[in-house]
Design a protein around this ligand. Sequence first.
Ligand SMILES: [Zn+2]
Length: 258
Amino acid sequence: MKLTTIGCWGGYPYQNQGTTSYLLTGEDGFQLLMDVGSRALNELEKEISPLDLDAVIISHYHPDHVADLGVLRHYRQLYPKNLWQPRVLPTYGHDEDEGEFAKLTLEGVSQGIAYDVNGTETIGPFTISFIKTVHPVVCYAMRIVEHESGQVLVFTGDSGYFEELLPFTAGADLFLADVYLYAGQERHPAHLTSKEAGEIAAQAGVKKLVLTHLPQFGPENTESDNHLELLRQQAADYAPSVSVDLAEPHKFWDLGKL
Ligand SMILES: [Zn+2]
């Protein structure tokens, strides 16, 4: 499977780049969009037609993860019917916030589906299991296994550190981790630090750690040109055996070639 970055800033879009959204493409061509942050629709259009999406999955309902969900639906709702055969878009999310979950459905356009957080969900070529994260609102991390290739992707959604995240991540090919914070701010109630992500990646034995939900500023909110490289280096210091990348829009990884 191939993971393509659509947006990767944390909290709000910045300098013409968007917030959390990733396109996961199966070996069979299945297109799953994970989170739909601010600017996601425009950036997605640079990769594929939004009409070609097969499903959407949402980690949680903070605006930087769902901001463009409404306009994605409008795109498919308003696209001339003589130019495509309309298809209802399956949109997976948790139903522990009824008001937000209800918004996933727009009749004839998208259908909200509550994912089974205690079991697994099969979406196209992927089997997905879930674990509740440490975050101010209910959020689920996802472990995504592609049937055909056996490749494994773990996406934290947004999360502070918790012990169970390590076994959940064990043996993943690629670990896509929310790293909004620098080393020294460990055990935060909403996000991982570079050190925590590095330690989990190393102990879990992943091949590749990709840092996402990136901070706009340096440590102590300083302005700097190389703060993201500092963040990457901090994570790498705690994961010497793991290759560590920063996400950036349109950067992609083929999990079969890591
Ligand atoms: Zn969040």
